[in-house]
Design a protein around this ligand. Structure first.
Ligand code: C2E
Ligand code: CA
Ligand code: CA
Ligand code: CA
Length: 280
C-alpha cells in the first residue's frame, strides 16, 4: 500500500512538473514574441442594432506561435497577467491599436468609429497607468475620445477605492470606459450607478441563454433600461444567430458584436470588410 501511495504521489508530482514546465516555456516564448510579428492585433466590428452600421471595433490580441499555430488569448493572457508580462504586452497592444486606428482613418476618410482596448487588472494598478495611456495616444496622434477602455465587471466591482480613482482620472483625460463581461461577476444592478463608466457590455452568456430561455429577454431588457437611465450605452456581445439578433432587435440595445456580423479581423480584412456591402 505504501509503494502504491508513493507511485500515485509520483504521478501527481510529475503532472505538476509538466504544468509548471509548460508555463515556464510559455512565459519565455511569450516574452520573446512581444515586439515580433508573432504577436498581432485583430479587430472585431461593433455594429448598431438599427442599421448594422459599424461604430467601433474591439482590439483583440493574437499570437501566431511558430510551432503551435495561433494561440488563443485565453491560453496566454492569464500567464501574462501572473508574470507581469501583461504590462509591456498591454502597452504594445495600445500602441498597435492606435497605429492601426490611424491607418483605418486614413483609408476611410469621414468614417467615425471608436477602438475598444482591453485593460487587465495588473495594468490598472500600475502607478503610472494613466501617464502611459496619455503618452501612447499622444505619440500616435489619437484623440483619447476615440479609445474605449474595456475593464471587466469583476475588476471594477471588487475595485478597491484605488481602482475607482484611476477610472475617474482616465475619464478626466478624455478616455471612454466600458464595463466588460457584465453579468458574469457578483455585481448587482443597484451598484451600477457608482462606477464612472460610459458603456455596458452584456456578456455573451446572457445572449446564448436566449437560445433555450426566450423569457431571458426580459432580464436583458431590465438591464438595458436601467443602463439607459444611468446614461450608459449598451453593447450585447457574442451574437451568433439570426434568432438571437431578432430578439435583441426587439430590445433597446444600442449596438451588437458577434460572429454573426464578423469575427475579429486583421487590419487588411477590416479594410475589405468596411468597403464591402453587407446584409444581415
Ligand atoms: P473579451 O474581452 O470578453 O473579448 C471577447 C471575446 O469573445 C473574444 O475572444 C472574441 O473573439 C469572442 N467572441 C466575439 N464574438 C463571439 C461570438 O459570437 N461567439 C463566440 N463564441 N465568441 C465570440 P478572444 O479574442 O479569444 O479573447 C478572449 C479574452 O482574452 C478576451 O475576452 C479578453 O478577456 C482577453 N483578451 C484578448 N485580447 C486582449 C488584450 O489585448 N488585452 C487584454 N488585457 N486581454 C485581452
Ligand atoms: Ca473585452
Ligand atoms: Ca467581453
Ligand atoms: Ca470575457
Amino acid at each position: 500500500a505504501k509503494s502504491l501511495g508513493k507511485a500515485r504521489y509520483a504521478i501527481f508530482d510529475k503532472d505538476m512538473q509538466d504544468q509548471s514546465l509548460k508555463r515556464l516555456v510559455l512565459e519565455r516564448e511569450l516574452r520573446q514574441a512581444i515586439g515580433t510579428e508573432q504577436i498581432f492585433m485583430a479587430y472585431q466590428p461593433i455594429v448598431t442594432v438599427a442599421e448594422g452600421d459599424v461604430v467601433g471595433f474591439e482590439a483583440l490580441v493574437r499570437w501566431k506561435h511558430p510551432e503551435m499555430g495561433v494561440v488563443r488569448p485565453d491560453h496566454f493572457i492569464h500567464v501574462a497577467e501572473e508574470t507581469g508580462l501583461i504590462v509591456p504586452l498591454g502597452r504594445w497592444v495600445l500602441e498597435e491599436s492606435c497605429r492601426e486606428l490611424m491607418l483605418i482613418r486614413q483609408a476611410m476618410p469621414g468614417f467615425e468609429f471608436t477602438m475598444n482596448v482591453n485593460l487587465s487588472k495588473r495594468q490598472l494598478v500600475q502607478p503610472d497607468v494613466v501617464d502611459m495611456l496619455v503618452e501612447v495616444v499622444e505619440n500616435a496622434g489619437v484623440d483619447p475620445q476615440w479609445i474605449k477602455l474595456e475593464i471587466t465587471e469583476s475588476v471594477i466591482m471588487d475595485g478597491q477605492a484605488q481602482v475607482t480613482v484611476v477610472l475617474e482620472e482616465m475619464r478626466r483625460r478624455g478616455f471612454k470606459l466600458a464595463m466588460d463581461d457584465f453579468g458574469t461577476g457578483h455585481s448587482s444592478l443597484s451598484c451600477l450607478h457608482q462606477f464612472p463608466i460610459d458603456v455596458l457590455k452584456i456578456d455573451r452568456s446572457f445572449v446564448s441563454s436566449l437560445d433555450h430561455h426566450v423569457e431571458f429577454a426580459a432580464v436583458i431588457q431590465a438591464i438595458v433600461t436601467l443602463a439607459h437611465t444611468l446614461g450608459l450605452t449598451v453593447v450585447a456581445e457574442g451574437i451568433e444567430t439570426m434568432e438571437q439578433l431578432a430578439v435583441l432587435q426587439a430590445l433597446d440595445c444600442d449596438s451588437l458584436q458577434g460572429y454573426l456580423f464578423a469575427k475579429p479581423l486583421p487590419l487588411q480584412e477590416v479594410l475589405e470588410f468596411l468597403s464591402a456591402p453587407r446584409s444581415y
